[in-house]
Design a protein around this ligand. Structure first.
Ligand code: FPP
Length: 246
């Protein structure tokens, strides 16, 4: 039986978040520049999006560029932005054909103009799609997002439209850039690193974490299926006992 057939379609996570890591090391292993790894990472993005959409996973969120990534060598940052523009341009048609809605979270205003415009255009074009929502975390960091949410809540309190006692977990969630999305039930990180790296810290509170040594450019549909199968074997207790859950 193939890996895909081992997946219980009734027990899919509704939201999978991914940290795509290891592009640089993958390129270095081959004696190439880091950018070569990023270029080859696009195929893995395509496979992962396809796998998620085919299974019927509603939300897929990919960490494409962190706030901290701005500090990388200028040439690498420029190459990554170019690659983003190019990929969004190339893939919008496929997103439309497959019912995938594009979304982005992060400090998008920090992106180069061309990248920002391209992204907004693709987001608008795919806005009517309902099969899977693909969210790109771009110029994103969770602490930035949480700080922004706190600022907005503080402004509402200052303006008198919100009372401090009305601040709840739900209200806080509604002020994050992921408002309206379910929290990820599964977070996958490639490249053998066991970290969360400032990614969806609030939203991952109860997520199952899955780490694979595969470097991102080697990640394929079967690797995604393996992560889902592993997730389906876990017992999610949310602080309760095993007996309570069962
Ligand atoms: C991490 O590898 C990867 C990134 C910072 C960028 C991910 C970008 C892509 C896969 C390109 C296209 C993406 C989209 C959504 C179109 P790393 O550079 O940190 O690798 P290392 O840890 O081995 O140095």
């Amino acid at each position: 039986m193939g890996l895909r057939e081992q997946i219980d379609i009734e027990k899919l996570p509704s939201h999978v978040a991914v940290i795509m890591d290891g592009n640089g090391r993958w390129a270095k292993e081959k004696g190439k520049l880091r950018v070569f790894g990023h270029h080859n990472g696009v195929k893995s993005v395509r496979e992962t999006v396809e796998a998620a959409a085919e299974l019927g996973i509603q939300y897929l969120t990919l960490y494409a560029f962190s706030t901290e990534n701005w500090n990388r060598p200028k040439l690498e940052v420029m190459a990554l932005m170019e690659l983003l523009v190019h990929t969004i341009n190339n893939e919008t048609k496929t997103l439309l054909e497959n019912g995938i809605r594009l979304n982005a979270i992060g400090n998008l205003k920090a992106l180069p103009d061309k990248c920002y415009k391209e992204l907004q255009q693709a987001i608008t074009q795919t806005a009517g799609n309902t099969r899977t929502t693909l969210t790109l975390a771009l110029s994103y960091s969770s602490r930035w997002e949480i700080t922004e949410a706190v600022k907005r809540i503080a402004q509402e309190v200052k303006a008198g439209s919100l009372q401090p006692e009305d601040i709840t977990e739900q209200l806080f969630s509604n002020h994050l850039s992921t408002a309206g999305m379910p929290d990820p039930e599964l977070m996958i990180r490639t490249s053998g690193e066991f970290r969360i790296s400032n990614y969806l810290l609030w939203q991952l509170a109860y997520a199952e974490l899955y780490f694979t040594p595969k470097l991102w450019p080697d990640f394929r549909k079967d690797d995604f299926y393996e992560a889902i199968i592993d997730y389906q074997k876990r017992e999610r207790r949310f602080g309760l006992t095993s007996e309570q859950v069962n």
